[in-house]
Design a protein around this ligand. Structure first.
Ligand code: BTN
Length: 292
């Protein structure tokens, strides 16, 4: 895959509604990454694709094993994928995927999706403390501001041999609130710009992407070493529903309800129910605040 192009890809187009009004500054990104843990990662920025996750999962099926992660950023996706088979439409956001090589067995991947959410939240904190303070985590791996979705994460895995897997980590991070999207979804969303003082479209998407890639690269090394368990307290400290009543749904049906008590070292949600403490694995389960 080609690395970041020499010149920034312009996201400005005649159809301003379809492409974002910001762009990634390829030189700025390369400089930002040059000394951090993601310095060897290959990054490409493209104008449009179906789904960056689909592109990278496909590429990983035939890729030679390497320790180098690959990043694909698209200004527009025509068939973006969300969790639980849902579509993802996020024209007002940064949409990208990372194909991350992990020399681990499938059983050692538990908690990875939470680790990614935590890395994303901590990257936003790196960019701006006030922004970081407003971002909460919704189990298993959404980011929120004041109960409104800021980012979603979809992880797909491609086996590459014994104890080798490509984790294709797809991230959709809303940069600005998109009224059309909110109307289409029938709910309010959050955007980085509302919580980042002086948000500059010419500067901040590049800065944010650089910070996220560095945090993901650091998370990868830590995860390979010790898994999610040492990160669990940091995740629980950012839990948007900590000690609040929640309901867990599967296909819209109520599965369990109780008080959210953070997560364990495998990334399971700790739910205090009338029957006692339950550990919930993420799978196809959705969490809702009891008031929702
Ligand atoms: C969710 O449902 O909350 C997860 C959404 C993940 C969306 C991102 S956008 C970049 C990457 N490519 C995709 O097709 N999906 C992920």
């Amino acid at each position: 895959m080609p690395a970041v192009p020499d010149h920034p890809v312009s996201a400005m187009a005649d159809d301003a509604a379809a492409l974002p009004s910001w762009c990634i500054d390829a030189n700025g990104l390369r400089t930002a990454l040059s000394t951090g843990p993601a310095r060897d990662w290959m990054v490409e920025v493209i104008e449009e694709t179906g789904s960056t996750n689909a592109d990278l999962t496909q590429a990983c099926r035939t890729a030679d094993w390497s320790e180098q992660a690959r990043v694909r950023v698209a200004y527009r996706q025509t068939a973006g994928r969300g969790r639980q088979g849902r579509p993802w439409q996020g024209q007002a956001g940064l949409t990208f995927s990372v194909a991350m090589p992990l020399a681990l067995a499938p059983a050692q991947l538990s908690g990875l999706s939470l680790a990614v959410g935590l890395a994303l939240a901590e990257a936003l904190e790196d960019c701006d403390a006030a922004l970081g303070a407003r971002v909460g985590l919704k189990w298993p791996n959404d980011l929120q501001i004041d109960g409104r979705k800021l980012a979603g994460i979809l992880i797909e895995s491609v086996p590459a041999g014994p104890r080798r897997v490509w984790a294709v980590i797809g991230i959709g991070l809303n940069l600005v609130r998109d009224a059309r999207m909110e109307a289409a979804l029938g709910r309010e969303l959050a955007g980085v710009a509302e919580a980042l003082p002086g948000f500059l479209p010419s500067r901040d998407p590049t800065r944010i992407l650089g910070a996220v890639l560095d945090r993901l690269a650091a998370m990868r090394l830590a995860f390979l070493e010790t898994g999610f368990a040492p990160m669990a307290p940091r995740w629980s400290a950012r839990d948007a529903f900590r000690d609040e009543p929640v309901r867990l749904l599967h296909d819209g049906a109520l599965l369990a309800e109780g008080l959210a008590r953070g997560v364990d070292g495998d990334g399971h949600l700790l739910l205090e129910t009338a029957e006692g403490l339950q550990r919930i694995a993420s799978g196809e389960v959705s969490l809702r605040g009891a008031a929702a």
